[in-house]
Design a protein around this ligand. Structure first.
Ligand code: NDP
Ligand code: 8X3
Length: 257
């Protein structure tokens, strides 16, 4: 389905990004996998090469580092420079606190990754798409946190609200091209997300998903695949997807126990 298409996935070392890598590989795409944990993406690449004979390029990349993003993309060799789809997935919540009691370092990490990192990648990849005849697709992983704020999440929610409007703005800027822009807004998905948010506290992380059948990374990857394989005249602007027992960020039905 994606033969000869190159998909650049940020945050491919875990969760939704890893699931996107697996699903797009299964569907014949060439993959550029980026993350800070190089060993993880290398291991994933080895698996995908074995399983699907995929063509994979691994990049150790911290999306917060503006120079690193610029140099990495500029230095891509010719066959890899034709990027068809960018999945801006790298992101995180760091901390869970009232804004006036929060750790400023947590805010810096979230805004630098979720907002500025996504902007840096987009700034350097979209011109490549423009050079490729104005064809391409930017798929951002936003969140239902970007639709309505919830307690103890003001900065994370703000960062994902930014992703929502940046996606809308980019779509406006590219309206006279064939480049599509999609914003996927998941609800609770069981990945390493909560472990990262609670700074490695496994008990707190597990409690987030207890009593609920949460989404999986694969569920979200399937949304990305759906956006990507629409006919060229169809642009999926936004998808909001939650577990069946989640109606909004704050309205979740959980079973006892
Ligand atoms: P994970 O923690 O499992 O994965 C996050 C990924 O982001 C990792 O691969 C991590 O790689 C990467 N990442 C984090 N910081 C950086 C950085 N500075 N540079 C490069 N890569 C980075 O969580 P998810 O898979 O759940 O999260 C993926 C996206 O989905 C995020 O944007 C998140 O906000 C969003 N989301 C998640 C939801 C959920 O409930 N899980 C719901 C809604 C949205 P590494 O550490 O190796 O760099
Ligand atoms: C992650 C989903 O509801 O924990 O963006 O913020 S939520």
């Amino acid at each position: 389905m994606f033969n000869n298409k190159t998909i650049f996935i940020t945050g491919a070392s875990s969760g939704i990004g890893e699931a996107c890598a697996r699903l797009f590989a299964q569907n014949g795409a060439k993959l550029i996998l980026a993350a800070r944990r190089y060993d993880r993406i290398q291991q994933l690449a080895d698996e995908l090469v074995k399983q699907f004979k995929s063509d994979v390029l691994c990049l150790k990349l911290d999306v917060r580092n503006r120079e690193e993003v610029k140099n990495t993309i500029e230095n891509l060799s010719v066959p890899w420079k034709k990027i068809d789809i960018l999945i801006n997935n790298a992101g995180l919540a760091s901390g869970f606190a009232k804004l006036h009691e929060g750790e400023i370092d947590d805010w810096e990490i979230m805004i630098d990754t979720n907002v500025k990192g996504l902007l840096y990648l987009t700034r350097h990849v979209v011109p490549i798409m423009m050079e490729n005849g104005g064809e391409g697709h930017v798929i951002n992983i936003g969140s239902i946190a970007g639709i309505a704020a919830y307690p103890y999440g003001a900065v994370y929610c703000g960062s994902k609200a930014a992703v929502r409007l940046i996606s809308d703005g980019l779509r406006i800027d590219l309206v006279d091209t064939h480049i599509r822009v999609s914003n996927i807004q998941p609800g609770l998905a069981e990945t390493e997300f909560s472990l990262v948010r609670f700074h490695g506290d496994r008990d707190k992380a597990d409690k987030v998903y207890q009593g609920l059948e949460a989404l999986t990374g694969k569920d979200i990857a399937e949304m990305a695949l759906f956006c990507a394989n629409r006919p060229p005249h169809v642009q999926v602007c936004e998808i909001t997807v939650t577990p069946t027992h989640q109606a909004s960020a704050q309205n979740v039905f959980k079973t006892e126990g």
